[in-house]
Every structure is written in C-alpha cells, then in structure tokens.
Design a protein around this ligand. Sequence first.
Ligand SMILES: C[S@@+](CC[C@H](N)C(=O)[O-])C[C@H]1O[C@@H](n2cnc3c(N)ncnc32)[C@H](O)[C@@H]1O
Length: 283
Amino acid sequence: MAQADSTPQEDVDYLRAWADSRPTLSCALWQDTADLEKAQERKLERIAELAGVRPGMDVLDVGCGFGGMLDHLVRHGGARSAHGIDPDGYQCREILRRATPGVSVDCLPYAAFRPTRRFDAVVSISALEYVTGSGVQGQREEVTALRDFFLRAHQWTKPDAGLAVEVVVIGPKGLDAATQQKGRDMLEEATQQSSGRPPALPNILAAAQGLWELLSVRTHRQDWVRTLDAWHSRATGAREAISARWGAKAYDATIHYLALERETFTTGRLSAAHLAFRRTGEE
Ligand SMILES: C[S@@+](CC[C@H](N)C(=O)[O-])C[C@H]1O[C@@H](n2cnc3c(N)ncnc32)[C@H](O)[C@@H]1O
C-alpha cells in the first residue's frame, strides 16, 4: 500500500502495475519468451552468468533497486550471499521487509560503501549511468568518473572475480542534449527517479583498462524497445485501475515517458549493453 507521506511513484504497487512483479526497472531479455516476467528472469540469469556466479559465492549488486537480482542470486543462482547497495531508502526498505535469507543491503551510494569482506562477483544493472552524474560533461571527465567505479569494484573483490554490467549507453545515432534533458524530466515525473547520464561505450572500456579484462560486450537495444512496449501495454491495460488509485496525471506521465524512451531506442539515440569482465591482478 502507498505510504501516507510517499508520492504515488514511490509506491512499489504503482511500479508493479506496469513493470514486472519484482519490479525490475531495466531491460528484459526476449530471445525465447514473450512474457515480461520470464524475460526479466532471463536477464537476471544472463547477468549472473556473465559475472561467473557459481554456488557458494558472495555477490555484490551495485544499484540493486528493489532487489530482484539479490533474490534471484540466492534463490536460483546458488549464491551463498547477495549484498546490495543503493542510496534509495524506499527501495532498501522493501528489500529489508522481504528479509530473504542470504540477502542484505546497505542504503548508500556506492562511493560511500566500505565492505568488511571481499566479494567473488559483482553485478550492476542500469546503475553505471549514475556514476557519470549530470555534472559530468566531457569525455575525459566521464572516463575519470567511470574509472572511480571500476577502481572501487576492484578493491571490493577477490582475485579473478567476475563483473557483469548492464548499462544504457549513447546509441549509434548519438543523443542530443535537448532529447536527453526531456527524457530526464519525464522519467522523474513518471517514477521520481533521476535518469543519470548514459555514458559512451568506448569510455566504459577505457575506464576499465588495466583493472578489469573485458571478456564480452554485446549491445541489444531491440530488447529495450520490447521492454518498453511490454510496460506500455501493461500500463494501458491497467489505465482505469492506475488512474483510480494514483490519478490520471501519474498515468499520463508514465505513458509519455515510455513513448519517449521507445523513440530514443528505436532511432538509435540510446542503446544498451551487457559487458562481462574478469578482475586483473593477484592482490
Ligand atoms: C534504473 S534503476 C535500476 C535498479 C535495478 N538494478 C534494476 O535493474 O531494477 C538504477 C538504480 O541505481 C541506483 N543508484 C543511483 N545512484 C547510485 C549510486 N551512486 N550508487 C549506487 N546506486 C545508485 C538508483 O537508486 C536506482 O535504484
């Protein structure tokens, strides 16, 4: 239920009305299913696989959101523990409320994280966009900000650890500043979340150089288009229920945001990438 002091968009049920049940606020994988729940499950499986997660491992999820990946790691991935970090208090409280055995969370930004143990694997889904922050403008600044993330992830992990990243990146067509700002404003209106700033894929690779060996990279913007279509279809199907409970304004904001996002991925202004790395160095 909505909390009295929360906006409709901070109500997990509102997000569940158009996203999946976890809810996952990132791209699903559609290669062998037309069902949103299953497609999000496929994505979680793929990210765990790319990070080399094996039974008994301790895994860290940076920007864990509502913790769907954390639950997946301990319930289906065989992880001994799954620890999340996310600065959003509402999402952290949802994770703590579920109290899934083996799952824990620190409610803070990754830069403030000071782990007392080292992890076997790290995953990060649609959170690297926040590393580059809205203040970062040029290529050099972007690489510096991203390198800080890769350096920290290196310090948090054991030798040979795996790192899997899903990230929205600048697409082949490029993203003009006006469209980017419009997308940010609409996302904030629809979900109360800031959108971060999609980095350029070559800058991610440059930032990881020497710390993390790149094992694979794959872009998949059509999966984002299908995810947005699935969210749109669920939202329009629940139009009356959403409007009655959270108001027509919240419904309209969501529909407009989903349409704009679809356009940016369809036209290639934005793309999405899965990257798999292995930690370098013996220390
Ligand atoms: C698009 S959501 C993705 C959440 C989740 N990984 C998923 O796939 O549903 C991005 C998440 O990154 C988190 N985030 C933003 N800045 C962060 C930071 N500095 N450190 C860690 N997480 C951050 C946000 O609070 C949000 O939950």
